[in-house]
Design a protein around this ligand. Sequence first.
Ligand SMILES: Cc1cc2nc3c(=O)[nH]c(=O)nc-3n(C[C@H](O)[C@H](O)[C@H](O)COP(=O)(O)O)c2cc1C
Length: 305
Amino acid sequence: MSTPDLTVRIGAMTMKNPVMIASGIFGYGDEFRGLADYGDLGALVLKTITPEPRPGNPPAHRTVETPGGMLNAIGLENVGLEAFVRDKLPAALEYGTNIIASIAGDTPEQFADCARALDGSEVAAIEMNISCPNVKKGGMAFGVDAEASAEVTAAARAATRKPIIPKLTPNVTDIAAVAVACEKAGADAVSLINTFSAMAIDVETRRPLLAAGTGGLSGPAIRPAAVCRVYQVAQAVNVPVIGMGGIWNASDALEFIIAGASAVAVGTALYADPSVAHRVLAGIRGYLERHAIESIEHLVGSLQL
Ligand SMILES: Cc1cc2nc3c(=O)[nH]c(=O)nc-3n(C[C@H](O)[C@H](O)[C@H](O)COP(=O)(O)O)c2cc1C
């Protein structure tokens, strides 16, 4: 059999394979330079940026390890839109693959401002972080409400021709309803899931372990819940779904693809192994060859019930 076709299309963006790095794990790409050839991956999603720089939450502690995962409450520390476009984006583009910017704001107008500023840039697509559980305004406040998600998606849609990809929160009763609202408002794809709202407590001091009190749970602990939500959303929308949540190896990624994800993103696992995404990619390719599947497209949503 010839080599399987791994190409994925999301709006006007073509990816050479379905493996991405999730937002917030990789910063703007600086810290990971030289650890692996990230240009081999389908796309790299950079840390969420906001119109103005943000300092984030107090450093002790922003992350805590929990069984099968971790909590984080970074609080969207970022360099701001202007410095991102000027200093960070040119360096990230040197990786030689699709660079996806992730944007956030307190209002739909702020999302639109970011989208507009990136319209003339070389980003391949724009992910909209409407699902961050660690900020007081904006963030998840949009993503927990279908109407607000649609409003912010429409605002970004009107401001750019780039593919836009709202990123959804699992902290809702009906994630598929939010996905459908985003699709109707002009989303080219949806990505999911962001982290689950979560908390850990030091029982001796009776204080939260995170400085912010609560945070977001990621890692293998959330994977079955993430696969379930990808399945529910893929049933409900016609646009591509990007799946993530606790992917540690190729088999994990294949679960998401079979459930309906056109592409997958590796997050927390990258902290354990900087080349985990490359292993995931090799494993997906090997699986397609072993099962004589000519194209990754044929595997997407192929769940047998
Ligand atoms: C330390 C850390 C920082 C994160 N920062 C962002 C962020 O800035 N924007 C965003 O959309 N998601 C952010 N996320 C969420 C991840 O992109 C991903 O959706 C989530 O962690 C689930 O995937 P995983 O279990 O593979 O990590 C962050 C996750 C972690 C662990």
